[in-house]
Design a protein around this ligand. Structure first.
Ligand code: GUN
Ligand code: FE
Length: 515
C-alpha cells in the first residue's frame, strides 16, 4: 500500500543547491512511512506507464495530484525551542537575556509544576509547531520531571518527531525555580530518559520501527549548573553515544562574563583529548588546554558534553579557539536570529561558521524569539547575514559564505537538512530521497490560501503572468518559476500556506488537517 504524489517537489542537495522538479512522482510506503521511490520528471502522458513500471496498481495506491502553485518540501527542523515559553510569545521584549530570564521566563516555567496546566498548554504548543511545518523539534521542557514527561506524552500523541529534555539547573536560579541538588537533577534526568524510551511505537499508518520521540540531555546553560551536575551529565552522556545533548552557548555578553567568573582557569577537569586535526584558523595551532579552560565552549568540553550530537544554541560571540573545539568535536550550531535580534544578543556570523565547516541549523528559540515558525527564523537569518555583510569593511574575496548574505539555497538547507545534521538525523530526514522518512510539507502559494502577503500563482496565471504557454515568449523555465515560489513562501509564507504536514508518512498537521 502506497501514497503517490504527483507534482512539484523541491529538496535541498547541498549548502548551495537544491533540486526543483516541476513534475515529480514520489511514492510513500503506508507501512513504514518511508519514501519508496522518486521519479524526477514524468510528463502527464507518461504517468500511467511510470506507475505501471513501479507496479503501482490503483487498488493499492492513494494518488495525490498537486495543483499549480503547490509543492512538496521536506519538513522543517526547529533545532531550539522552549515549549513552556510559548505562552510568553510577544511578552518581555524590553529585556536582555539575564533580566528576561528572571523577570519573564522563570515565572512562566515555574507554572509547569502544575500537571494540568502543563497538559493543556503543551497540547496547544505542539499543534502550533506542527501547523507551522516543524516536523522535528528539539524541545526544552522545564526543570520538572512530571511536566516534561507530559510534554513527551503530548508530542507522542500528536506524532511529531522530537527530542525532549528536562532542564538541569541546580544554581543561579530563583529559589522558587531551582533543583535541590545535582543528584536530584541527575535522578530526574534518568527517570525522564526511561519514561521516553518506554513510550510505545507510534500508532496508525506510517508506523516505523524507530521512535519519533527521543530524550536529550539539557543542561540549561553553564550558569545554571554546578560543576558537579555537569560532571554527572557528562558521565550519563558517556554511557550512551546516541544520546543527544542540547544547551546554550555564547549568546549574550553579560552571560559570557558570568560564565567565565563561575569557571575560572584551573577550575575545570581535563577535557577528553582532541583529535589531531583540531586546529585554529590562525595557522595550524592546536587549541590548547589553557585556552580551553577560559572559554565558554571549554566549560562544556571539559565535562565531555561536546560531541557530534550536541546542539549548541546561539554561538553569537564565539572566540577563535571555541570554533576550533566545536569543529573538532563535530557539535552543531542552532542559529536563532529572531531571538538574537529580539533580546539584543547580537548577530551570529553564520557564514563564517559555515566556512569553518560547522554544522548549522535554525531555531525559533521561543520565546526569546517571538515566533514559533521556522519561516520567521529563515527571514531573520537572511537579515542577520545582511547586517553582518553591511558591517564588514572588506569581505574576504575567496570566501564562500563569510560576511556575505546567505543565498536562498543556503537558507532552505539550514531550515531542513542543516537542522537534520545538527541533531544527527541526516540519514533519516531533512531531504526527500528514497529510503528516508516521509517528513514533508505540502505547501501552497495559491491565492485560495488567503495569505495576502503572497501574490498567488493562480492569480498570476489569470493575469497572464504565469508560465503556461499563451502564445507569448516564456521568460522563465518551470524550474525557475518553482524556485520563485519557494522564495515567496520562505519570505512571505505563514501557516496558511502549509497545507499538509506529514511525519513518518502520517498526516500530523497543516491547514487541511483541521478542516
Ligand atoms: N539561556 C538560558 N536559558 C535560556 C532561555 O530560556 N532562552 C535563551 N534564549 N537563552 C537562555
Ligand atoms: Fe533558548
Amino acid at each position: 500500500m502506497s501514497t503517490i504524489f504527483y507534482g512539484a517537489l523541491i529538496t535541498p542537495t547541498s549548502l548551495t543547491e537544491y533540486r526543483a522538479l516541476p513534475r515529480a512522482l514520489l511514492s510513500v510506503s503506508r507501512d513504514t512511512g518511508d519514501i519508496e521511490w522518486i521519479e524526477d520528471d514524468v510528463a502527464a502522458s507518461e504517468l500511467q506507464d511510470a506507475l505501471a513500471r513501479h507496479g503501482a496498481v490503483s487498488e493499492n495506491v492513494d494518488f495525490v495530484e498537486l495543483k499549480l502553485g503547490e509543492f512538496l518540501i521536506p519538513g522543517f527542523v526547529d533545532t531550539h525551542i522552549h515549549a513552556p515559553q510559548v505562552p510568553n510569545l510577544g511578552s518581555g521584549q524590553e529585556h536582555e537575556l539575564l533580566d528576561w530570564l528572571a523577570e519573564v521566563t522563570f515565572p512562566m516555567e515555574a507554572r509547569f509544576a502544575d500537571a494540568d496546566f502543563a497538559k493543556r498548554a503543551y497540547s496547544s504548543v505542539i499543534k502550533r509547531t506542527l501547523d507551522y511545518g516543524s516536523t522535528t523539534c528539539c524541545y526544552y521542557g522545564t526543570l520538572h520531571l512530571e511536566g516534561t514527561k507530559i510534554l513527551a506524552d503530548v508530542i507522542h500523541s500528536y506524532g511529531q518527531r522530537a527530542f525532549v529534555g528536562k532542564c538541569n539547573m541546580d544554581r543561579n536560579s530563583p529559589e522558587y525555580y531551582v533543583e535541590p541538588s545535582a543528584d536530584a537533577s541527575l535522578a530526574a534526568t534518568r527517570a525522564l530518559i526511561a519514561h521516553i524510551q518506554a513510550l510505545p511505537p507510534p500508532t496508525g499508518s506510517g508506523t516505523a520501527a524507530e521512535p519519533l520521540v527521543r530524550p536529550i540531555l539539557t543542561p540549561r546553560f553553564a550558569i545554571s549548573c554546578t560543576g558537579e551536575l555537569l560532571d554527572g551529565l557528562g558521565k550519563l552522556a558517556a554511557e550512551d553515544a546516541g544520546l543527544r545533548i542540547q544547551t546554550h552557548i555564547s549568546e549574550n555578553a553579560a552571560e559570557i562574563v558570568f560564565t567565565k567568573q563561575l569557571f575560572p582557569p584551573g577550575s575545570l577537569p581535563a577535557p577528553p583529548p582532541l583529535p589531531d586535526a583540531a586546529t585554529t584558523k590562525a595557522g595550524g595551532k592546536v587549541a590548547n588546554g589553557k585556552a580551553r579552560e577560559t572559554t565558554y565552549a571549554g566549560v562544556y568540553d571539559a565535562y565531555g558534553l561536546l560531541r557530534h550530537n550536541t546542539v549548541l544554541a546561539h554561538a553569537v560571540h564565539l572566540e577563535e579557539e571555541e570554533i576550533a573545539i566545536i569543529q573538532a568535536r563535530r557539535a552543531g550550531i542552532s542559529h536563532c536570529p529572531t531571538s538574537n535580534f529580539n533580546l539584543r544578543s547580537g548577530c551570529a556570523r553564520i557564514g563564517m561558521l559555515l566556512d569553518r565547516g560547522l554544522k548549522v541549523g535554525l531555531g525559533t528559540d521561543v520565546s526569546g524569539g517571538f515566533s514559533p515558525s521556522i519561516l520567521t527564523a529563515v527571514q531573520h537569518a537572511s537579515m542577520c547575514s545582511k547586517v553582518v555583510a553591511l558591517h564588514t569593511e572588506s569581505t574576504p574575496p575567496d570566501s564562500r559564505f563569510t560576511d556575505r548574505q546567505l543565498p536562498i539555497a543556503t537558507l532552505f538547507y539550514l531550515a531542513t537538512l542543516g537542522g537534520a545534521e545538527v541533531c544527527d538525523l541526516q540519514a533519516r530526514i531533512g531531504s526527500l530521497a528514497p529510503g528516508k522518512a516521509f517528513d514533508a510539507l505540502v505547501v501552497s502559494v495559491r491565492s485560495e490560501t488567503g495569505n495576502p502577503a503572497i501574490w498567488g500563482m493562480d492569480t498570476a496565471e489569470e493575469l497572464g503572468m504565469g508560465l503556461r504557454d499563451d502564445g507569448r515568449t516564456r521568460t522563465k523555465t518551470e524550474e525557475e518559476e518553482l524556485a520563485g515560489m519557494l522564495e515567496k513562501f520562505l519570505f512571505c509564507g505563514d501557516d496558511r500556506n502549509v497545507r499538509r504536514v506529514y511525519v513518518q508518512g502520517r498526516l500530523a498537521g497543516g491547514k487541511e488537517s483541521r478542516v
